[in-house]
Each structure stands twice: as C-alpha cells, then as structure tokens.
Design a protein around this ligand. Sequence first.
Ligand code: SAM
Length: 260
Amino acid sequence: VPGLYLVATPIGNLEDITLRALRTLRSVDRIACEDTRQTQKLLNHFEIAKPTISLHEHNERERTTELIEDIRSGKSIAVVSDAGTPAISDPGHILTRAVLEAGLSIYPIPGANAAITALIASGLNSTTFRFLGFLPEKTGARRSYLESLAAESTSAHEDEKSAPATLIFYEAPHRILETLSDLESVWGADLRIVVARELTKLHEEFLRGSVSEIRTELAARDRIRGEITLLVEPAPRQSGSGEQPASLVERLAALQSGGL
Ligand code: SAM
C-alpha cells in the first residue's frame, strides 16, 4: 500500500526487531535511512535486499519533496533511523508533517525506544512523564534550562494534585558527569535519578539512587562508555520524611476516593 512507513528498529539487541518491521522493510519500494551504512548492516543481518537513500537532519527538507513524489506515484517508503523509533530525537518528523499535509498516508510500525525502555524499568513514576530529548550542550544554557524545569516541577508539586512527572533525557557519555553535577546544584544532592546505560545490550546497567551517589559512582570509573538515558524524579525529598513514591501514589488514590 503506498505511503510512509515509520519503522522502529532495535536500540541494541537485534531480537527486538518486530515481525511487522521485517515484513514492512521487505515489502516497501525504498528505505530512507538516517545513515545508509548503519542500516545496511541491519538489512544484511536479516537478509533484506532493498534500495536505500539517506535521510538525515541536513537533507530531510530536500528529500521530503522527492519522497512525496514517490508516494504520490504509488510507491511505499520506509523511514528508519540508526536505532529505535524514527522522529524521536531522530529524523522523520519533517517528512511526516509534509506527507500529512500532502494528504498521503502514514503507517507507524512501533518497536524499540530507549526512553520508554528506561522508564518502565526505572521504578520512577511511569504514569506521568515528560520526554525532553537531549539537554542543551553548552553549560550556561543547560543550567538555565534545568532551573526552569525545577521551577515548573516545584510549583506543579505544590498543589499536591499529582505526583510530579518523571523527566526523561538522552545524554552523551562524555557529558553525563557534568549534567549530573548541574542537576545536583539545581535540585540538591538528594534528587532521585536513574541512569540507564546500554539498554538491551550485553552490558545493560541501571544505576538507581540519589544524584550525588550516582555521580560519585560514575566519577570513580576510568571511562564512561555506551549510550545513556537519564531519568529524574523531580520531587525534592523532604529531609527526614522518607516518603517513597509508592506511598505518594497511594495517598493520591485515597485523596481521589475521598479517603483522606
Ligand atoms: N530514536 C531513538 C529512540 O527511539 O530511542 C533515539 C535516538 S537518539 C539520537 C540516541 C540517544 O538515545 C542516545 O544518545 C542515548 O541517549 C539514547 N539511547 C539510544 N539507545 C540507547 C540504549 N541502548 N541505552 C540507553 N540509551 C540509549
């Protein structure tokens, strides 16, 4: 069927490709890839022979015109990124918008995504969360962004209507220590965080605890490698109250049912 197929691919473990993703990649006319060499490895692994073209942040706008013409003429196009779900901190969104504006069809083929994978195993509030992608790279911009988030989450927390949303970020291994020290200076040493590293891969690791504990733990390593998703529970712990997130959720449920 002609249209644009947004196909999720694994974030590490190749077994995370879905049957539908494989069938789609085998049946489309062309595959638009963030990096054709990267995707070629995946296609070789699954013995899929298909023409690929590049679609990355520097050519997404130009490519869009060409791909829309393809779809108009009855072709089906898959979009894949290097890993995970297209259009999530990855190319695909500009093309998606343009395809919709042209009145053509979009078919999402869901699969792996680092943010959701990290969230479900984090133990942090997974009912409400905010995915915020990559933080600003420059120290000043990152600090002021984190300060604005802290201000928002504190005021949102004051009304006690809801547990604060978990914040989810993507972060580069060479910047994680700097970011953790920024988090600590903005929110305090007791801020609960989770560092999810190398999800679905051989050296998958979760570090759960206060920002100061985890920063110390990571700083003691020779080198921090691999891909990192960072989760933050923005409620500043009241010292001495020792309240766990679960009890907050229970209290909320009790409040809603008029039990408190
Ligand atoms: N579109 C992808 C998705 O759906 O997750 C994300 C692409 S973004 C350019 C890449 C970032 O996602 C990495 O820098 C890292 O922060 C995070 N990430 C990707 N794979 C990961 C993994 N296996 N473990 C932890 N974080 C990962």
